[in-house]
Design a protein around this ligand. Structure first.
Ligand code: PAF
Length: 306
């Protein structure tokens, strides 16, 4: 399968690397020139939980015309730049291209829809963990599940085929869901609890549970978000979101969350697509979300201090 990764940061590199290793024709589209150059020169270095190796059969570029039209485009840029990334890379999307978003947060599907027909978009979630170590070098910090689905919940031939391509690429466990919005919200609620707490305090995911004040604040944020999910007509796949967020904090205990990593590297965070999105969705349904509003402001304050 001809695949492009739009946004080959840590997670994009892991998926692209695995897919290339399995013999797919894989391209990376990114703007990080040193990353592109190192991958084209030496290959992509992956280390960590899945073993240490170079993957050489990836073509990296910042120019979509060098890629051409693909079968599958996986969008892995930060939610903050989804619209920009999809617009500037439109050239890789043809009539039969399927566009998959596995990004964190809310609003990505809507942004992709401004350029791509809704019927071509599929979505999902990933529980892999990864950190970019440097240009051309990525750490696979945790192997987790990938769940994908059609936006209308149908189990189509194309979704089954893409799931098989992922399975063949050793990305198992991979499954197809008929409730992809529920899954996106499940993950969102985990991020609502973990990401701002780690970004504000500098703690690793598991350490949140070592401080009762932090743990209860995170719980309040998740509880607010659950009310918003319910009012938005979302059926969560994991209804006990508080227990779920704690479980993921524990399982990914040693991880530096993506939001803390953004703060450490002085990058814009995804707070507007996570806790900020809860505040916006809450307003639509007259649900008060003071804890999420506060956490959003505190993370924005961090960004202002760069
Ligand atoms: O954003 C992240 O870092 C991840 O989604 C999660 C689950 C919090 C693990 O680090």
């Amino acid at each position: 399968m001809k695949v492009v990764i739009i946004g080959a940061g840590a997670m994009g590199s892991i998926y692209g690397g695995f897919l290339a290793e399995a013999g797919n024709e894989v391209y990376f589209l990114d703007v990080f020139q040193e990353h592109i150059d190192n991958i084209n020169k030496d290959g992509l270095w992956i280390e960590g939980t899945s073993g240490d190796r170079y993957i050489k059969n990836i073509r990296a570029t910042s120019d979509p015309s060098e890629v051409g039209v693909v079968d599958l485009a996986i969008v892995f840029v930060k939610s903050t730049i989804t619209d920009l990334a999809i617009k500037s890379n439109q050239a890789v999307i043809g009539e039969n291209t399927v566009v998959l978003t596995l990004q964190n947060g809310l609003g990505n599907i809507e942004k992709i829809k401004t350029v791509v027909k809704e019927g071509q978009i599929i979505s999902g979630t990933t529980s892999h963990g990864a950190n970019l170590l440097g240009p051309g070098r990525v750490k696979h910090a945790g192997h987790g599940a990938t769940v994908i689905g059609e936006l209308n919940g149908e189990t189509t031939d194309r979704i089954k085929k893409i799931a098989d391509v992922f399975r063949d690429a050793k990305l198992e466990p991979v499954s197809v869901s008929d409730n992809v919005m529920g899954l996106i919200w499940d993950k969102l609620l985990v991020n609502v609890g973990i990401n701002p707490m780690t970004a504000i305090t500098g703690l690793k995911n598991g350490e949140i549970l070592d401080y009762p004040e932090l743990e209860s604040l995170a719980e309040e944020a998740v509880n607010e978000a659950m009310l918003v999910a319910d009012a938005s007509g979302i059926t969560l796949e994991t209804p006990d979101a508080v227990t779920h967020f704690k479980e993921i904090s524990r399982v990914t205990g040693e991880n530096v969350s993506s939001m803390l990593s953004d703060v450490i590297n002085k990058r814009r965070t995804e707070i507007d697509n996570i806790n900020g999105a809860i505040v916006r969705e809450g307003e639509k349904h007259n649900i008060k979300t003071p804890v999420n509003a506060l956490l959003t402001r505190l993370v924005k304050l961090k960004e202002e201090q760069y």
